[in-house]
Design a protein around this ligand. Structure first.
Ligand SMILES: [Zn+2]
Length: 413
């Protein structure tokens, strides 16, 4: 029996309906036949159909980072990690794109070793592509840094992480590579944290791509796709970077809501690691910072971030913290100054843990520079998004209650 049926998504075949507990889904095809899927194992209805594959492959050919082959359904079926990623992606697309009018949103996993993601919009459907390495690297990174009990204590109780580490001998980039180098031992406890982090990282990355769609970022572009870490031409830089910030804002709030939903009753047994919503909020900040660090991995040490669609990880995380703050009163009951202080403590906590595990971290000069950059960008982005908001249709997504916390407000009028 299916209880509490909710319409989630129109797919090619008919309507996808899932239970409030996300445990099963129902497809009603054009003949009115009801087909029940177990959502935990049946992500396939949203995996790019064979008939549409060549369209996405042609688009990927133009994107060096994602050019490698797309995994087949059979290949994914034989890999537990990839299956888990697909379950989360399916859930994310299914729960966010409800009522979306532009046809189904499919997804595909790329076998590229570059951490990357893309959304492409074709006539009649969309497709999100994520490289398996984007999620795998988040997992590998988390299972080393979460061996540090201070990081776990920070998430659980908010305890400040002490400035205590061995002398720094590497740059931050070298430290991140050292953390990700193979052959490091892990612990069961750290792996449990890494599993959760990887799962929410998949959710975040996909929600970011949906954010581009939700915020109508295709309306003033000629291209069929938006790819992460793209180069941007000078006069378009602010506009493109503002869009990326809006997509990050969409993703971080969507992911926090998903985490709260999991914590507060939709999953059994309950995840007892998180005593309250504030701990989930702290985890969101750590999660975003780790994702941005990993997604930045391909950039060389001397990259000019002003020519990239995303700023440096710390600046990007700082900007995301501002968006998260917009929702803090509702999601956690803390006020905005407290939310910003929490972001400062979270970024400090993860930087110190990177320093301890990898022997390198941001210098005081870099922290100053990226912090200043985030502050300056914020004003420019708000102006840009405000300027363009009448040209974009943002109301299609106003059924998602949390979009009102997007900054500048997505459902203003
Ligand atoms: Zn993006």
């Amino acid at each position: 029996m299916l209880f509490d049926l909710q319409l989630r998504q129109t797919v090619g075949l008919g309507y996808l309906v899932s239970t409030a507990k996300h445990s099963r889904a129902l497809i009603v095809n054009q003949n009115g036949e009801r087909i029940v899927y177990n959502v935990d194992f049946d992500w396939k209805p949203l995996y790019i159909p064979e008939a549409e594959l060549s369209k996405i492959e042609t688009e990927l050919d133009k994107k060096p980072a994602l050019r490698r082959p797309i995994y087949t359904v059979e290949e994914i079926g034989g890999d537990k990690f990839l299956c888990q990623v697909c379950n989360v992606v399916f859930d994310c697309i299914g729960s966010i794109t409800a009522k979306f009018p532009d046809g189904p949103t499919y997804f595909a996993l790329s076998s590229s070793e570059v951490p990357a993601a893309l959304i492409a919009k074709f006539g009649g459907f969309q497709c999100i592509v994520v490289s398996h390495s984007a999620v795998r690297l988040c997992h590998d990174f988390a299972k080393i840094v979460f061996q540090d009990d201070d990081l776990i204590q920070f998430v659980i109780s908010g305890r400040d992480v002490e400035d205590r580490f061995e002398p720094i001998t590497r740059t931050r980039k070298e430290a991140v590579s050292a953390i990700l180098s193979k052959g490091r031992e892990d612990t069961d406890r750290a792996c449990e944290w890494a599993d959760l982090l990887a799962s929410l990282a998949s959710y975040f990355i996909v929600a970011h791509e949906i954010g581009h769609l939700a915020c109508d970022h295709f309306s003033d572009r000629d291209s069929l796709s938006i790819v992460e870490n793209d180069n941007v031409a000078g006069d378009m830089a602010v506009a493109r970077r503002a869009d990326e910030w809006q997509a990050d804002s969409f993703a971080v709030i969507a992911t926090l809501y998903q985490h709260i939903r999991i914590m507060e009753g939709e999953s059994r047994p309950r995840d007892t690691r998180f005593p309250d919503r504030l701990s989930a909020y702290r985890f969101s900040l750590i999660l975003a910072y780790i994702i941005f660090t990993v997604m930045d991995l391909e950039n060389s040490g001397d990259i000019d971030y002003s020519k990239n669609s995303h700023p440096a990880p710390l600046a990007r995380a700082g900007l995301t913290a501002v968006s998260l703050m917009q929702s803090s009163l509702y999601t956690t009951t803390i006020d905005q100054p407290q939310a910003l202080e929490l972001a400062r403590l979270a970024f400090k906590a993860i930087e110190i843990c990177i320093g301890r595990a990898g022997g390198g971290m941001l210098t005081a000069e870099e922290i100053e520079r990226y912090g200043g950059e985030a502050e300056e960008s914020l004003m420019a982005f708000c102006k840009q998004l405000d300027h363009i908001s009448d040209k974009r249709d943002l109301l299609r997504w106003s059924h998602l209650s949390w979009t009102e916390y997007l900054f500048p407000k997505i459902a203003q009028d």
